[in-house]
Design a protein around this ligand. Structure first.
Ligand SMILES: Cc1ncc(C[n+]2csc(CCOP(=O)(O)OP(=O)(O)O)c2C)c(N)n1
Ligand SMILES: [Mg+2]
Length: 249
C-alpha cells in the first residue's frame, strides 16, 4: 500500500514470522475460494516489480531494491547460535517390506522420514553450509519433471563438491499437471508423459553420483552412502503412478 508506512524494523525483529525469499508469494494455481492467508497472519512483500506489488491480493508491498532491503534487514536479525539438528519428522506412512517396488511417493517419504526436505535452491543452501564449515548435508526433494527445469544445478553442486543429496521421485510423468487438467475440466491434455528419462545417467553426466533405489532398503543404503560421499548424489526412486487430487476433498 503506497499510502501506508511500513515499519520494517518491527517485521524483522519478531522471530516467529515466516520468510520466503526469492519466490513469488501469489502463485497462479490452483485458485480456491477463501482466505488468501490464515487469519492473524501478516504479510509483507518486498519486490522490485510494480506489477507484483499492484497485483498483491492481500498484505503490504514494499516496492524497492530487494537486495538492498535484505542487506538492511539482515543487520536486524539476531545471530543464530543454534547448532543442534532439527527434531526428526515422524514417519506418517507405513513402510513396505522389501522387496516392494515401485514404492509409492508416501512410502519413499516415509523411508526418508528422518530427513528435512528442501528444494532446488538447495545448492545455495549447501554453498552457505560449506562456507560456514557446517557438516550438515542438504536434502532436496524434487520430481523427475521439475528436475529438468533446474538440472544445471547438478553441475554447480558437483563442481563445488557440495554435501547435497537430491531425492528424485520418478513417475515418468507430470502428475501434478494431469491433476490440474482434472481440476480445470480439460481432459486429455497432451505431452504430460515423460517416458525414457534416465535420471541416473543425467546425474553422472553433470558430475554427480547417480544411483537408483527401488525399495526402501535400497533407499536407505543409497542414502547412507550419499551422506559419506565427497560431493552431491542423486538418488532416483521409481514410484507408482498415482492420482491424488490437487484439492483434497
Ligand atoms: C517454472 C515452472 N514451470 C512450469 C510449472 C508448471 N508445473 C507445475 S507442476 C509441473 C510438473 C511437475 O512434474 P514432476 O516434477 O515430475 O512432479 P509430479 O507432478 O510428477 O509429482 C509443472 C511443469 C511450474 N510450476 N513452474
Ligand atoms: Mg513426475
Amino acid at each position: 500500500m503506497a499510502t501506508q508506512q511500513i515499519n520494517v524494523q518491527r517485521w524483522s525483529v519478531t522471530s516467529t514470522k515466516p520468510f520466503e525469499i526469492g519466490a513469488q508469494i501469489f502463485r497462479y494455481y490452483p485458485y480456491l475460494a477463501g482466505e488468501y492467508i490464515p487469519h492473524g497472519t501478516e504479510l509483507l512483500q518486498i519486490t522490485s516489480d510494480p506489477n507484483d506489488a499492484g497485483a498483491a491480493a492481500v498484505g503490504h508491498s514494499l516496492l524497492g531494491d530487494t537486495k538492498l532491503t535484505l542487506e538492511s534487514l539482515i543487520q536486524l536479525v539476531p545471530q543464530n547460535t543454534e547448532t543442534s539438528p532439527p527434531t526428526p519428522l515422524p514417519a506418517n506412512a507405513p513402510l513396505p517390506s522389501p522387496p516392494n517396488s515401485p514404492l509409492t511417493a508416501n512410502e519413499a517419504f516415509a523411508a526418508l522420514s528422518e530427513l528435512r526436505r528442501n528444494t532446488p535452491a538447495a545448492v545455495g543452501i549447501a554453498l552457505a553450509q560449506q562456507k560456514s564449515r557446517s557438516s550438515r548435508a542438504v536434502i532436496a526433494f524434487i520430481g523427475d519433471g521439475s528436475l529438468q527445469y533446474s538440472v544445471q544445478s547438478l553441475y554447480t553442486a558437483a563442481q563445488h563438491h557440495l554435501r547435497l543429496i537430491y531425492i528424485v521421485l520418478c513417475n515418468d510423468e507430470y502428475a501434478t499437471l494431469k491433476e490440474f487438467a482434472v481440476l480445470e475440466n480439460t481432459p486429455n491434455v497432451p505431452a504430460l508423459d515423460l517416458p525414457g528419462l534416465d535420471i541416473v545417467s543425467t546425474a553422472k553426466g553433470f558430475g554427480c553420483i547417480g544411483v537408483q533405489a527401488k525399495t526402501n532398503e535400497e533407499l536407505k543404503i543409497a542414502f547412507a552412502a550419499a551422506l559419506k560421499a565427497d560431493g552431491p548424489t542423486v538418488i532416483a526412486i521409481p514410484i507408482k503412478r498415482e492420482r491424488r487430487p490437487l484439492v483434497p476433498s
